[in-house]
Design a protein around this ligand. Structure first.
Ligand SMILES: [Cu+2]
Length: 153
């Protein structure tokens, strides 16, 4: 399957999926994803809550384990929209949830988070490495951070 044309920007500011590209929605779920999400008790999720406001992320240094399911809960406690962008998502199938609205796709780089909303981003098997994250909305300088994903060895 070719993901080259997948829309790289997820935006569900009003709790709907209008702006989300149909091809991304149509991406076939990997079997592993289905197995894990249907049996959540069998996997230990790493859950990290990150607060976004004007103009920072808290915390902005995060350390998690590689190849274990990871859930990033991004809470926009500010009065402006923010983004959560990371190259971490580029090569991964991720699930993005705002309330009842859930989108899964690969090739997503930018998740928009409206003021006062919470976005949950799930990755089943995060790869090791340091991954920057940021909000690149003009004038939102300083909204950046790093996720360090470590192996057990
Ligand atoms: Cu921002």
């Amino acid at each position: 399957m070719n993901f080259a044309n997948v829309e790289r920007h997820v935006s569900l500011p009003d709790g709907n999926m209008k702006r989300y590209h149909k091809r991304t929605i149509a991406v076939v779920l990997v079997l592993g994803w289905a197995l894990v999400t249907e049996n959540p008790a069998q996997e230990t999720w790493q859950t990290v809550e990150i607060k976004a406001d004007e103009y920072s992320f808290t915390p902005n240094r995060i350390r998690v384990k590689a190849h274990r399911p990871l859930e990033l809960v991004i809470v926009n406690e500010g009065h402006e929209p923010h983004q959560f962008r990371s190259a971490l998502f580029k090569s991964q199938m991720i699930e993005v949830a705002i309330g009842e609205n859930v989108v899964r796709g690969q090739g997503i780089e930018i998740v928009d988070i409206a003021a006062g909303t919470t976005v949950r981003i799930k990755l089943l098997s995060p790869p090791p490495g340091p991954f920057d994250f940021q909000c690149r909305i003009p004038s939102h300088h300083g909204m950046d951070g790093m996720i360090l994903i470590e192996t057990d060895h």
